[in-house]
Design a protein around this ligand. Sequence first.
Ligand SMILES: [Zn+2]
Length: 281
Amino acid sequence: MPEIKIHLLRCGTISLSHDALFGGKTGLVSTLRGAAAPLTDRVPLPCYCYLIEHPKGLILVDAGVGRAFSPSGVFDAKASASLIGAPLTAYLHPSVENGMSISEQLSRRGLKSEDLDLVLLTHLDADHVGGLHELRGAKRFLLSEDEYYWSCRAVYKLRQPCALWMDMPIERFWYRGSPLGTNRWAYDLFDDESVMLINLPGHTDGLCAVMVRNGGRFALLASDAALCRENLETRTPPGFYFDRELGKKALAYLCSLHAESGCEAILLSHDRHETRETISL
Ligand SMILES: [Zn+2]
């Protein structure tokens, strides 16, 4: 297959409490503590989207924090709260610098939403779909059926305000039996194993990691299966997980893939140490 390019686009910033990032407990008390944490006890994290130039089409993975959250390019509590409510705004502290929202970055590359053959959503958390409305006009939007189905859980209603995504024409896919993933569930996007959508539950139920393969090499866009590389190094799931035990399995799975000889990259959506701009396969 001809070369596949994956461009890393940093579309905003969230600032999570130290506990939310490094092994804090999952649950209401720790969530409230995370929302109340002062900025001095928070770690700023990038929000990455990925633009994949694939021979079968132009694919965007996730939409980052949208311009509407941050009209002036800095954290705007009022604007953000109008979209996702004050508690989630306090927890995430989202912002997007001027020129860095997804539509602004596409425009800089000479692209419009209409040029995107597919917008793939790894999950429905606000920091991944916040820019979705900027992408109206893209040819297709795709999400796992499991992620959509479980968005009815009370905890996801807080994390995934449906005003950000419910009115968009999102198709859903079913995972199928596969040797890949902790659940042994994956979906072969083009039926040629070049883009495998792999279920790695833990952060959310339906979380989709994207494995891009060419020849014997692959890169995994792991979404929030880990929030930062320290989670992988210490095998400690972040506190911002729905199911901690499944999260630990996902971390172990990422480590096993990382050790494979064809692994070019394991990319985490909020890796603050990431410096790569493009990966070619
Ligand atoms: Zn995230």
